[in-house]
Design a protein around this ligand. Sequence first.
Ligand SMILES: Nc1nc2c(ncn2[C@@H]2O[C@H](COP(=O)(O)OP(=O)(O)OP(=O)(O)O)[C@@H](O)[C@H]2O)c(=O)[nH]1
Ligand SMILES: [Mg+2]
Length: 486
Amino acid sequence: MSRFVDRVTIHVTAGNGGHGCSSVHREKFKPLGGPDGGNGGNGGSVRLVVDPQVHTLLDFHFRPHAKGTNGKPGMGDNRDGATGEDLILKVPDGTVVLDADGKILADLVGAGTTFDAAQGGRGGLGNASLASRARRAPGFALLGEEGQSRDLVLELKSVADVGLVGFPSAGKSSLVSVLSAAKPKIADYPFTTLVPNLGVVQAAGDIFTIADVPGLIPGASMGRGLGLEFLRHLERCAVLAHVVDCATLEPGRDPVSDIDALEAELAAYRPALAADHGLGDLADRPRVVILNKIDVPDAAELADLVEPELVQRGWPVYRISAVSRTGLRELTFALAKMVADYRAAQPKAQPRRQVIRPVAVDDSGFTVVPDPAVEGGFIVHGARPERWIAQTQFENDEAVGYLADRLNRLGVEDELKRLGAQPGAPVTIGAMTFDWEPTTPMGEDVPLTGRGTDVRLDRSERIGAAERKQARRARRSRFEDGDVHE
Ligand SMILES: Nc1nc2c(ncn2[C@@H]2O[C@H](COP(=O)(O)OP(=O)(O)OP(=O)(O)O)[C@@H](O)[C@H]2O)c(=O)[nH]1
Ligand SMILES: [Mg+2]
């Protein structure tokens, strides 16, 4: 029996998007055939998928880092880069996903249930996709976005069929060790068991699992002892079995009062996931009472004494000894039958194809706030402007011009103006701070340019047709004047 790992922190990183390509189509006699740079491929995401074949989180314990494949960059000739492959992490049924702060993000129940752990970065557009009427041959492409990266905590509640409930040293671990191949630690001091052990029990054709959990003491539902830790593991058990120590010499304890004390704890426990999949309250779970240690003479007598009262409560009672291995056969078959009955009574679990995604946030807006660290500076917040910054090749003037246009269209410029930003003010968006140069000198309209460089970045030095004509005329007149001989 492998170690039963039930809580692990994993670091998931999705693949980065591939960069877009900036390329110009070339062909014989057609040297400038228009932009043909392809788009970068999207990065691969990381997904958690419930697989009924997986029973522990052990793998994650050894390999806590998971990364999706990067998207490939776009290429010339309109070839798009390949999409990165998604990384599928198989998790056991009943895995609870929490963020690093302990907030529950998802409870994965049912084969095939999927959780998007990290979203792959979008591929950047190539210059072919960026071409428009106003910008016929863009000399730049967009960069691929980085893949999402985050830490997640995976928690597995033992999804055992039978959960053992009992005071410390009642013999729970001993029982699991004789019923299954599991070898939990057994000792005569309380709280020997600190993490639950799962055992697989075979009863003729039936197989069921049994969870040996830490001992329970009064006050556990308030967190005493290993309290809540213990109760958490019982939430998904189909059958609860009280393991009672009939040989205890502690004053004030006897089988009936032990059971009553533990029942009170079960009743007081508010399952964190009570409503989630119709398991109902712990109180509704079928019970069985196991009177242990009857190899001790006094214990057998005590068992005789209390058995009628327990039977009267409607609970099946079994007398066993884990040490001398008596009464185990009947107990095993009885538990197998209770589990089978319970399973049959449950609505059939449909294989679910549910996909759980982080709630989509509205990313259309943006806000501009004064920068507390810099006098006269501003910070622009917003998913889109921040994404655009990440997509921009800042060494390329055209790309910067395109970014400026996008920000302008979104209204960032207007908002900066409204807040009284002065030209040259340091403006921070995402990881980038730059001096704000209004793209439109206040109040003036800039005509759209044709292809190539944006006029606003670089005033054109090219000579217009009118100027050429004038120059020709000037040359001709000089020639007629004979100046040409000089
Ligand atoms: N005589 C006798 N002793 C037993 C029997 N079953 C368990 N014990 C003893 O009781 C002590 C406690 O047994 P464990 O199996 O560790 O008890 P536990 O309920 O798992 O205890 P915690 O893990 O501390 O909650 C050990 O010394 C066992 O040898 C039994 O049937 N007869
Ligand atoms: Mg134990």
